[in-house]
Ligand binder design. Structure first.
Ligand SMILES: O=C(O)CCC(=O)C(=O)O
Length: 272
């Protein structure tokens, strides 16, 4: 299957509405040009992941304007669309950082509320509520597990997705340039330790004074980088072979050596 990651440049001089229609057109153009089965967009590309001041104003209900535009783009293009994430306003009040996935018919296939919020005692960590449920979606070829940006630092989340059957992870992000090396390292680490493809799609440009890392990357189950973007707006198109996941897991069956169902090792007398 063929996947296209669209690394959107999120700059303040483009209004949210203009960006939304520009991105919908890009989904249609890229998938027609590259013959993509799956298109992936980054985290919070409407506002920018660091534009905290605009989260409340730009928050949408789940089925708001971004949902409408992306559902339409997916069905018109006839592709699976991981539409990145939106600032979602739940009818009960809290905001969530919610990823939306649409089938080629434009139906919602998965929604994932980011579990690990970034910012410590400010920004997203205080403005948004934490999700609590893992999410996957299945195409005819494979099962994808969903995670968002800062989630990359928490390998236990990805092990949960492996246990739920994921063979590929899709990770939209708005990762800052100053920690680019962490981003690349985590993308490869998650691929190697879980023997999966990692499709990590970030943003380019700069907003709220935070230059974005860009460097969207696709990593195969052996940890090889198949494609890596620069720091501007860019499209990466790669062919993914779901058979490579099972082949890697058979040839190097490290996942079978997990201590499943056993108590974790305790400190022994010599370590006391
Ligand atoms: O973990 C990091 O260094 C960046 C995370 C982040 O920017 C985010 O989750 O929005």
């Amino acid at each position: 299957m063929r996947a296209s990651l669209i690394q959107i440049a999120v700059d303040e001089d483009e209004a949210v509405n203009s960006r939304r229609s520009r991105v919908a057109s890009l989904v249609r153009e890229v998938s027609a040009r590259d013959g993509s089965d799956l298109v992936v967009l980054p985290e919070l590309w409407t506002t920018g992941a660091f534009a905290y001041e605009s989260f409340a104003d730009e928050a949408e209900p789940l089925e708001g304007p971004t949902y409408e535009a992306m559902s339409k783009a997916a069905s018109e293009a006839g592709v699976w669309l991981h539409a990145g994430s939106i600032p979602e306003r739940d009818p009960d009040g809290p905001l969530y950082n919610t990823s939306l996935v649409f089938s080629p018919a434009g139906e919602l296939a998965a929604a994932y509320r980011k579990i690990h919020r970034f910012g410590f005692d400010k920004g997203e960590a205080v403005m948004m509520a934490a999700g609590s449920e893992l999410a996957t979606f299945r195409t005819q070829d494979t099962t994808f597990g969903l995670a968002t940006c800062y989630d990359l630092r928490f390998p236990e989340l990805f092990r949960g997705l492996v246990d739920a059957g994921a063979e590929m992870f899709v990770v939209p992000a708005g990762w800052p340039a100053r920690r680019l090396e962490h981003w690349l390292l985590f993308a490869r680490a998650r691929a190697v330790e879980d023997q999966v493809y990692v499709l990590a799609c970030g943003t380019g440009g700069a907003h709220a004074g935070v230059p974005q890392a860009g460097h969207s990357v696709v990593v195969d189950p052996w940890g090889e980088v198949l494609a890596e973007a620069g720091d501007g707006e860019e499209v990466l198109t790669v062919d993914l072979d779901p058979g490579k996941v099972s082949a890697t897991r058979e040839q190097f069956p490290a996942l079978k050596d997990r201590l499943l169902g056993q108590a974790p090792p305790q400190r022994g007398a010599r370590g006391a």
